[in-house]
Design a protein around this ligand. Structure first.
Ligand SMILES: [Zn+2]
Length: 161
């Protein structure tokens, strides 16, 4: 996984045009300036893997999911689609349903759909909906979330004297 600083360009997930501003910035008008796609997510990083960073407080409609699916399938880029939820504090049922639809569309094209950047609450929400095994979840071990394994470390230490 080669991440270089020159790859940190934000692009429209549908038409691929470079975005003038990051969609999560204040005063962003919410749509791609080129194709008009509602930027509920934007594409980051290099070309070999599709990484979609989800924008908080923007709710895609079903047609937006369909349009994204069609664009990814048309460009043959469904081999590994990673959806980054790092900027999402919580998942509501509607957004969860959108992810299910996106997952279904990509899997139907024999692609791979991965969720990453989940905080504890998002992870618990997926577990609540019994979707934590439905989705492929990727752990981001490099972002300093060391608190998660404290329990297992403690129980190991506090085990047999
Ligand atoms: Zn666009």
């Amino acid at each position: 996984m080669a991440h270089s600083l020159t790859d940190t360009v934000d692009r429209c997930p549908v038409c691929g045009v470079e975005l003038a501003a990051r969609p999560c910035w204040p005063f962003f008008n919410g749509s791609c300036q080129h194709c008009g796609y509602l930027l509920w997510c934007f594409r980051v990083g290099a070309d070999d893997v599709v990484v979609l960073s989800v924008v908080p407080d923007v709710m895609p409609e079903h047609k937006d999911i369909e349009r994204l699916c069609e664009a990814l399938i048309r460009s043959g880029e469904v081999a590994r689609v990673v959806v980054d939820l790092s900027d999402i504090d919580y998942l509501d049922s509607l957004l969860t349903a959108r992810f299910v639809a996106l997952h279904r569309g990509i899997r139907a094209a024999e692609g791979r759909f991965v969720l990453c950047g989940l905080n504890r609450l998002v992870r618990d929400t997926l577990h609540y909906y019994k979707l934590d095994e439905y989705f492929e979840l990727a752990d981001q071990s490099s972002d300093g979330s060391t608190g998660l394994d404290d329990d297992s470390i403690e129980s190991t230490v506090a085990g047999d004297p």
